[in-house]
Design a binder for this molecule. Sequence first.
Ligand code: ADP
Ligand code: MG
Length: 247
Amino acid sequence: MTAPVLEAVALEKRFGGVHAVAGVSFSVAAGEMLALIGPNGAGKSTCFNLVNGQLRADGGEVRLMGRSLAGLRPRAIWRLGVGRTFQITATFASMTVRENVQMALISHHRRVWSFLSRAAAEFRAEAESLLEQVGMLEQAERPCGVLAYGDLKRLELAIALANDPKLLLMDEPTAGMAPGERSALMDLTRSIVRARRLACLFTEHDMDVVFGHADRIIVMNRGHLIAEGTAEQIRADPAVREVYLGS
Ligand code: ADP
Ligand code: MG
């Protein structure tokens, strides 16, 4: 057994009197899509922000490939391979789709110093390869500002991949999308996660997307993990039904 890509151990976070995350542990393996679900205010986004370093935990620890991320800043954590997608601010509207991906590639290679030996043509070829992987190659020369929302999300996935992440964090990746588009984006994500052996942690409100695309599901309510299992197990779990159906 290899170490999981991501391990969260007994994570705790308080905001004043609110115990937003009250001792939560989970792990994500390479090639796995793990969905974190739960009602509004359950603590999902707080967990994400503890993993990516935007928030500092009051207790517990996050490990990436066995290495503790304690005390590291968000940028250092990103460098170690924690990728985030679906932030609109990640793209520049007046630049083309290809230029946006190339910028991300240059920034990645600059940090590993391999940009010195690379020609512009190589960045271009690599950008086009990433765009092909997300089905955006035919839109490579369009400015980002004119893209449809679903295409922008695919572009943001390509930008995240340019950093060669080990873990992809997606907090409500399909928010604002039509149901048909949601499924297409998550199919694409899943095939990339499998092919690259990434670990993927995502939250999602659309239960069809969750049950259709997650390998495993964990459920939070009021800061606590209340269930963990496959789609079948989660669907049948009495505690989950109570939270969602309020019965
Ligand atoms: P979710 O993403 O599951 O909807 P959150 O993690 O955003 O839940 O929030 C969990 C709890 O923590 C909520 O009660 C929320 O109001 C509170 N909370 C989240 N972020 C902050 C913050 N920055 N300051 C104060 N309270 C917060
Ligand atoms: Mg949230």
